[in-house]
Design a protein around this ligand. Structure first.
Ligand code: FPP
Ligand code: MG
Ligand code: MG
Length: 324
């Protein structure tokens, strides 16, 4: 999932941790109602990357007690929260596909998808209680931030707001906030000193936004076959390269027209993808991505050398490399 574990000890610890996370997740799926268990298992087993637990387990290598049980429990909590938000997000986005499978709202219906999200959220809350009051407060604040980001995205930029600032803020709240919390839990529960926890958190924020920007870029430039480039454009979702294009009065007028949308045909979509790929807006988006990647790397430089730090550095390279 983008994190390279070259050290065998780290790799073994993380693999063992992921196994225990899987057991914890499995336990949280059991409902009195079999359809809820089924709907909750659906995305859990649909081949998620378990990126957040993996990231948390790796980051715990920065502290003196990476093996602490709390690190494993926290890793399961963040995955449950993430899963819960996906059920609700797919209802709001009317998404039909998630993780290569039918979304819960498409396979069942909106009520079941919403209830399943609530169910997972309730179980995450129960599990996090075992980690103590601070952990509960942290996840509550994170959850509030996720909701704020989702709301800010729904509302759109204000009349005096720069649409690019708005977009980056949504990415920070909607995605990076939970990565920050993964890093924070990892640092706290592995016993890392405060200054290292803070550096890890800032790293998590920066790499979280960078990852989302790389998704924005990949949507247009993706060369991996079988995936049509320009899905966001087709759906009228304005991602960073499109926003830079719209914000630049000197940009190619035909591209501005296409990006402003709506896209009316497959020919228009193909033209938009070709023009946007080679556009100054795309170049600026890549620069913004590099800025976040550099910021993430700079935070890592504040941490003592370790195999965990190397693995976290590989994630920054991955986020850059996947868009090349
Ligand atoms: C995915 O974004 C959405 C999020 C990461 C955050 C969603 C947050 C909520 C729905 C808050 C409320 C949740 C609950 C459980 C009360 P996206 O739609 O851009 O990404 P996608 O391509 O993965 O769908
Ligand atoms: Mg969505
Ligand atoms: Mg969404």
């Amino acid at each position: 999932a983008g994190i390279q574990l070259t050290d065998p000890d780290l790799s073994a610890r993380v693999a063992a941790g992921l196994g225990r996370v899987e057991d914890l997740l499995e336990r949280e799926l059991i409902s009195e109602f079999s359809f809820v268990t089924e709907a909750a298992s659906h995305l859990m087993h649909a081949g998620g990357k378990r990126f957040r637990p993996l990231f948390t387990l790796v980051a715990a290598g920065v502290g003196p007690r990476p093996d602490a049980e709390e690190v494993v429990v926290a890793s399961a909590v963040v995955e449950l929260i993430h899963l819960a938000t996906l059920y609700h997000d797919d209802v709001m986005d009317e998404a039909q596909i998630r993780r290569g499978a039918k979304s819960a709202n498409a396979r069942w219906d909106n009520s079941i998808a919403i209830l399943t999200g609530d169910f997972l959220f309730a179980h995450a809350s129960r599990l996090v209680a075992s980690l103590g009051e601070d952990a509960v407060r942290i996840i509550a604040e994170t959850f509030a931030e996720l909701v704020t980001g989702q709301t800010r995205e729904t509302v759109g930029p204000g009349p005096d707001e720069d649409p690019i600032d708005h977009h980056l803020r949504v990415l920070d709240e909607k995605t990076a906030s939970l990565i920050d919390t993964c890093a924070r839990y990892a640092g706290i529960f592995s016993g890392a000193p405060e200054e290292h926890v803070l550096a890890l958190r800032r790293y998590g924020r920066a790499v979280g936004v960078a990852f989302q920007i790389s998704d924005d870029i990949l949507d247009i430039c993706s060369t991996d076959s079988g995936k049509t480039p320009g899905t966001d454009l087709r759906e009228g979702v304005r991602t960073l390269p499109a926003l830079y294009t719209l914000g630049d009065p000197a940009a190619d007028p035909r591209l501005r027209e296409l990006v402003a949308g709506p896209i009316r045909s497959e020919t228009d979509l193909a033209e938009a993808v070709t023009l946007l790929t080679a556009s100054p807006g795309m170049a600026t988006a890549r620069q913004t991505l590099s800025g976040y990647a550099d910021a993430a790397a700079a935070e890592l430089a504040l941490l003592p050398d370790s195999s965990a730090k190397d693995a976290l550095a590989s994630l920054v390279r991955y986020v850059m490399d996947r868009t090349r």
